[in-house]
Write a protein that binds this ligand. Sequence first.
Ligand code: ATP
Ligand code: MG
Length: 303
Amino acid sequence: MIDQAASLRELVSTRSADRCRGQSAQVQGAAYTLAVTSGKGGVGKTSLAVNLSLLLARKKRKIWFMDADFGLANAEVLLGVTPPFNVMHVLRGEVDLASAWLDVAEGVKLLSSGSGLEDVANIDGCRAAYLIRSVKCLSGPDDIVLADTGPGIDDPVMSILTAADEVMVVTTPEPTALTDSYATMKVLFSQRPESDVTLVINCCESPSQAESLAKAISNVCQKFLGRSFQRYEYLPVDNSLARAIQAQKPLVMGSYRSRLEPWLWKLANGIERRMKDRHSALAFREAGLRVGHWSEAAAARSF
Ligand SMILES: Nc1ncnc2c1ncn2[C@@H]1O[C@H](COP(=O)(O)OP(=O)(O)OP(=O)(O)O)[C@@H](O)[C@H]1O
Ligand SMILES: [Mg+2]
């Protein structure tokens, strides 16, 4: 078996950040990679990521939930589990990457980022890029890698975002959160212009409030960045989320009569649709290449 920990350590010791930038490129035939992020902290990323992962698993997807809030792992708290290993064990070579995951629910595996670990908290963009690429290499084409990042625009966060097929930028209607979500998109588009972004407006009063906020941000993005997010989603305030966190039992696993759950299903269905579209596009491209190859060979034979 490939010693992924050794290659991670080797990478950390020998490669420069610039050379690592290429590490975040897409991995052929790997899982659909979804990164959940935000500019401002505390806007609901982890709650969204955890519940989404459970809903997507109910659609028979295998989910590789990577807690990418390095050193401040929260997903395990929401799930009420205690993973025996975390990213630090992988980086130290104490466990290989494939064995560091904990099955937290049917179809959902969790890689913890550890809590209060200085070395993990100081992980650089290069290591984060290599880590997510290695996770993508473990997964299959029908799987989903779901990375829950910390807030902000530092290097490790951007390494995760630029490696993703889809980035969910979570915000609330607060002006500070909206401004920071614009800042996240600005940096993301400057590093990877073709990024596919879903803006998630959480704790929103109504779908119409979400619509007018999305229009306003999109206008600013178009004006100053020349591009914008591909779609937006609305999520309402739901007080049962606080009870779910207190009970360490995710909303969609309990009987909370949640008003959020139907909207979470809408998000999950959208992701599923985009995955299928990506599959069809890849299959079409491969078929095209095969036909192209065959015709070229046939043409060569006819000379
Ligand atoms: N739709 C919602 N309705 C009500 N409360 C919510 C909603 N979404 C999130 N919250 C609350 O917001 C708080 C922060 O949530 P969460 O930890 O998921 O945010 P986060 O963005 O992951 O934070 P951090 O930036 O620290 O990682 C929690 O107390 C959660 O209950
Ligand atoms: Mg979080």
